[in-house]
Design a binder for this molecule. Structure first.
Ligand SMILES: Nc1nc2c(ncn2[C@@H]2O[C@H](COP(=O)(O)OP(=O)(O)O)[C@@H](O)[C@H]2O)c(=O)[nH]1
Ligand SMILES: [Mg+2]
Length: 389
């Protein structure tokens, strides 16, 4: 399962986003450090289920929309200089370890200062928050590297000693791979052995960018002044209103509206049952969604999975004709896999025994045998034939 971490300064809306995305309870309040311990939950990536197109009803999707679980972590608010231990910095940064990608929630309304304290709307430039988070993360990595650097330098003179491998070892527990280190080295374009502190900081920021890709989400879009929306757009941010998504999911749960996370609009089910205040609330929501094409919460999760992490969806089956598992369930599983994954990678995901006994696979859509090196495509339905059962 992929894991997405919600990061950002206090009061930008992380816990609201988390509550909406997971529909789990999280404390939501307008003062810093509401979330003391990282909240972990399950959010869902939305994709089109193949069943409709194949003229079937799989029973595992909602109106042809498949929701695939992804881990989500609500990382408590990061303040400037968190890497020096300010706020609850190091603990929060540690939470980012498990993350495959980071969704950086930014308060696009400009109504909170760099530490998350309320200020007049539009008076804080939200672009500063983007710079600050990148800097914090780079300095966090740099801090770790700095500690290990003297020893690495001492060993660097030895024959057969790889500085790259040594750095990779230092960061192994943080989900940073040797390939990430090599890519960061290439970007830096300098001999690591001859680097000064400035180079090391630059190297650290490359390493963060490569190993923890980040999506910028301009939250509180519903109350953001136009000039704030403009600057966030220039930064390539997607817009969101976590508070709207939360309200909608609750309204849907209560049976007031028809809405699936990620829909561009919703429909009111029972107009008469609503109070005038509820009606007015839903009407404001509807206007906001028209302006932004939805609440942006599901879009952010999907962008993180499909654009940032470059995932595809693959459906393993045991019966390539009926597209079922051994119990007759149609398209029982949907896996998110990195683009470029092979049928052998899928076999491994299903079970290591299946992968060890791999004979061949069948592309169920084409009814064709495929080799273990065959690169899978988005929406593939695959049967693995293995000596293992
Ligand atoms: N207008 C608006 N307010 C929001 C939105 N998301 C969160 N908030 C409010 O911002 C405040 C802080 O939210 P919270 O989720 O606790 O932020 P956190 O500290 O980052 O976890 C609360 O008063 C929320 O209701 C949003 O999309 N729009
Ligand atoms: Mg919070």
């Amino acid at each position: 399962m992929i894991t997405l971490a919600l990061a950002g300064k206090p009061n930008c809306g992380k816990s609201t986003f988390f509550a909406a995305a997971t529909m789990a309870h999280a404390e939501i309040a307008a003062y810093p450090f509401t979330t003391i311990q990282a909240n972990q939950g399950v959010a869902y990536v939305r994709t089109t289920c193949p069943c409709r197109e194949l003229g079937m009803e799989c029973g595992n999707c909602l109106d042809g929309n498949r929701f695939i679980p992804a881990g989500m972590i609500d990382v408590a608010g990061l303040v400037p200089d968190a890497h020096k231990g300010k706020g609850l910095g190091n603990q929060f940064l540690d939470d980012l370890r498990q993350a495959d990608a980071i969704i950086h929630i930014v308060d696009a309304s400009g109504g909170t200062d760099s530490e998350g304290n309320p200020v007049d709307k539009g008076s804080h430039d939200p672009r500063e928050d983007i710079v600050f988070l990148r800097h914090e993360m780079a300095m966090w990595v740099y801090g770790i590297l700095e500690k290990h650097w003297p020893k690495i330098q001492r060993q660097a003179g030895q024959r057969d000693f790889s500085v790259t491998d040594a750095i990779a070892e230092v960061f192994a527990g943080l989900g940073i791979t040797a390939a990430d280190v090599r890519s960061a080295e290439v970007r830096l374009d300098r001999d690591l052995r001859k680097c000064d502190d400035g180079d090391m900081i630059t190297f650290s920021s490359h390493l963060v960018e490569i190993s923890k890709p980040m999506l910028i989400v301009a939250n509180k879009a519903d109350e953001a002044p136009p000039e704030c929306l403009e600057v966030m757009k220039e930064c390539g941010a997607g817009f969101a209103s976590a508070v709207s998504e939360l309200a909608l999911r609750k309204a849907a749960e209560g049976g007031y509206v028809s809405y699936l996370p990620g829909d561009p609009e919703f429909t009111v089910k029972n107009e008469e049952a609503l109070t005038p205040a509820q009606k007015a609330g839903l009407s404001t929501l509807s206007e906001m969604m028209k302006e932004f094409g939805g609440t942006g919460v599901q879009q952010a999760i999907n962008d993180a999975a499909f654009s940032l992490l470059d995932m595809i969806t693959v459906y393993p089956v045991e019966d390539e004709h009926k597209l079922t598992d051994s119990q007759g369930r149609i398209l029982p599983d949907a896996y998110l896999m990195k683009r470029g994954s092979t049928s052998h990678d899928l076999a491994y995901r299903v079970h290591s025994d299946i992968s060890e006994g791999f004979l061949y696979a069948i592309d169920a859509r084409k009814g064709m045998r495929i080799k273990e090196s065959h690169v899978l495509e988005d929406g593939d339905i695959i049967k693995i034939v293995s000596t293992a059962r």
